[in-house]
Design a protein around this ligand. Sequence first.
Ligand SMILES: NC(=O)c1ccc[n+]([C@@H]2O[C@H](COP(=O)([O-])OP(=O)(O)OC[C@H]3O[C@@H](n4cnc5c(N)ncnc54)[C@H](O)[C@@H]3O)[C@@H](O)[C@H]2O)c1
Length: 226
Amino acid sequence: MSARTTDPLGRATSMLGGSFTAEPHPCTHGTPVTAKPWVGAPGTVGTIAVIGSGKIGLPLALQFASHGWRVHAVDINQALVDIINSGVAPWGGEPNLPELLAEHVGSGRLRATIDGPAAVRDADVALVVVPVLVRDDGSIADKALVGATETLIAGAHDDLLVILETTVPIGTTRELVAKVAAKSGAKVFGCFSPERVLTGQTFRNLAAYPKLVGGTRHHRRPYCSA
Ligand SMILES: NC(=O)c1ccc[n+]([C@@H]2O[C@H](COP(=O)([O-])OP(=O)(O)OC[C@H]3O[C@@H](n4cnc5c(N)ncnc54)[C@H](O)[C@@H]3O)[C@@H](O)[C@H]2O)c1
């Protein structure tokens, strides 16, 4: 995917005890054509709202910008939004992030905002990558996901593609998408695309790892698993 990988290939220990080397995939598409609205046609790009612009969300937002997308980087942290919009990397330790941020903020391709609903309204795709944690007692701390869901409901429109990248319990995506569709009245597509990168090597991992994604579409109907 990324032609910007500069570090050696990722090497990691597999869960089976061996090791593997993930080969980065070269970017095979040509110059993307901007489509409005974006309907997923090959070779086209549109506008994406990335909800949660942290250690994973910001590199993901930049990866989209690098491949021709207009990007709204959404966060509830105004200080972080201001730093991103200044074009300066909010943290160190992520190779390529400073250069890509300077490039895409400078060109206006990426802008950060705390106005999530407006970003979603303007976007063809809304990607959620806010933290969901497990407490010591095993319960799920999903405040950020609840907040992101409210943002989606406020900004949803017909044919919006909602992608959840946060690691979540089984069933969370369909519940989230069904809720967004039911409460907003919009016909939205839903997709779960779990993020498998590690902070500190995000761009390298994005270029190397294959992804298994699942999707569904809701036409204002609650999800039914029967
Ligand atoms: N960190 C990793 O190495 C890693 C690897 C793979 C997957 N992930 C997944 O990515 C998720 C996010 O991880 P991270 O490291 O980016 O977290 P992070 O804490 O660095 O960033 C999360 C961001 O989301 C923002 N946020 C919280 N609630 C929000 C809301 N309602 N609307 C908009 N923004 C909101 C926070 O202000 C913060 O800036 C994790 O929970 C995990 O599921 C992380």
